[in-house]
Design a binder for this molecule. Structure first.
Ligand code: FES
Length: 110
């Protein structure tokens, strides 16, 4: 999934390539990238829609404050993409609306 993105990377030291999946499409990120940075680099925006109005959202603050970067990572929903680094083989899915709670979510919250 190499797409046209409005974001350009700064010239930095080379980094290892990390292959992940974004909504089922392969994408090459850089080691050390956050999931949110990979989403922006891939042009995978909006990366979620809100549960009530379905308005589109994308990573914004990139430092764990705004929660606009919520995505599903390896089957776990509502992960702050800016707070998680990409790893080889990671599967990222954009979220639409409210997440579905699973039995595991209930036990984690209790
Ligand atoms: S981009 Fe703001 S919390 Fe992740």
């Amino acid at each position: 999934m190499q797409t046209d993105s409005p974001f350009n990377r700064l010239a930095t030291t080379p980094a290892e390539a990390v292959t992940l999946e974004i909504d089922g499409q392969p994408f090459i990120a850089r080691e050390g990238d956050s999931v949110a940075a990979a989403l922006l680099a891939a042009g995978a925006v909006p990366s979620r829609t809100t549960p009530v109005s379905a308005s589109p959202r994308a990573p914004y603050c990139m430092m764990g404050v705004c929660f606009e970067c919520l995505v599903e990572v390896d089957g776990l929903a509502n992960v702050q993409g800016c707070m998680v680094q990409v790893i080889e083989g990671m599967k990222v899915r954009c979220q639409s609306g409210a997440r579905e709670l699973t039995e595991g979510d209930f036990h984690e919250a209790v």
